[in-house]
Design a protein around this ligand. Sequence first.
Ligand SMILES: Nc1ncnc2c1ncn2[C@@H]1O[C@H](COP(=O)(O)OP(=O)(O)O)[C@@H](O)[C@H]1O
Ligand SMILES: CC(=O)OP(=O)(O)O
Ligand SMILES: [Mg+2]
Length: 403
Amino acid sequence: MTANATRVLVLNSGSSSVKYQLLDMADGSRLAVGLVERIGETISRLAHTPLATGGAKREREEPFADHAAALNAVAAELAADGLGLDSPELAAIGHRVVHGGKQFTEPTVITDEVLAEIERLIPVAPLHNPANVTGIRTAQALRPDLPQVAVFDTAFHTTMPEAAARYAIDVETADAHRIRRYGFHGTSHAYVSRETAKLLGKDPSEVNVIVLHLGNGASASAVRGGKCVDTSMGLTPLEGLVMGTRSGDTDPAVIFHLARTAGMSVDEIDSLLNKKSGLIGLCGDNDMREIRRRIDEGDEQAALAFDIYVHRLKKYIGAYYAVLGKVDAVAFTAGVGENAAPVREAAVAGLEELGLAVDAGLNGIRSDAARLISPESARVAVAVVPTDEELEIATQTYALVSS
Ligand SMILES: Nc1ncnc2c1ncn2[C@@H]1O[C@H](COP(=O)(O)OP(=O)(O)O)[C@@H](O)[C@H]1O
Ligand SMILES: CC(=O)OP(=O)(O)O
Ligand SMILES: [Mg+2]
């Protein structure tokens, strides 16, 4: 790596999307950001904004058959702005990898062995890890000489005690099939819990925080003194909170029941719980903006979906309050957490005895900054703390390659 190689390209490959950012770690500035959606569908959409040149957002629709095609198109967009992957200023490419099992506790330079291990974990992250692997292979083909770093969603959660990480199922079976709670969105939980401590003017080691990451996928975590002690997602990102299209917690017997009485196959049930449940299954919409709009028009189905979403969220706040014993802050983050004031208000309503409350005026203010929304007198701080998984991945990637 040359001394002036300070740029990091971050690739966040989801099941049908790629989010990317090119950052300059000399000053943390963003040179380009973009998103490819609906990969594999008849029409995919690419949106690219070259911030470095001050250029406008460019959008185009065309079919990208797979993540490799999408990433090659992203590379071409970057090259068109003079920000191509061939730049000597590029120090590394950082990849979000969703499942790192128990073994990956730190960001890791990707070797053939590391890539083989990520592939070995595909059965426990079937929606996410295949896309991550394709992203890595495509980036390697474009710049074989450059360090590629994997930053794992699971890493932050590897500090969980066994009591939280183990399911109460036969130990031999569980161990043989690596069945345990891994947890996801760890990069966000780590970043947001640290930023929350900063907002309180404290060191992360001094505070206990409940982080509520509410995006399309959603998860809660209990963080004691900067370390994760419990989280709501489990073996896969299906467990826990109600999500955009995922059910979150259900009685596992729902699966046997559907197999036996509805004659559904395992794959059909998998698809039902991962893609046709959660908010979209409850009311036909997975976007909280649309659900709020329908509620304002008196739509009862949307109102019930909202209530189920919030009820689950409140249960996890209570559960993690009990796990932590003492809570300094509850932090809302990601698309819903950062933007949906009614979700924050409803999730905390009635928890005054726990020292939790939301100030309606503060909660209603729209802002991109980390901020407190609890009344000054409240025992526990309630905060909105925007997440930045890409910045965190870039920071960890750059720290690793420049050390
Ligand atoms: N202004 C808003 N008000 C309410 N909800 C919003 C708003 N903006 C985004 N959201 C919610 O955030 C979700 C996307 O969150 P995000 O964290 O970007 O998701 P992901 O990274 O998992 O794709 C949307 O589906 C929508 O429900
Ligand atoms: C792990 C996970 O659920 O990720 P996402 O929210 O990006 O789907
Ligand atoms: Mg997300």
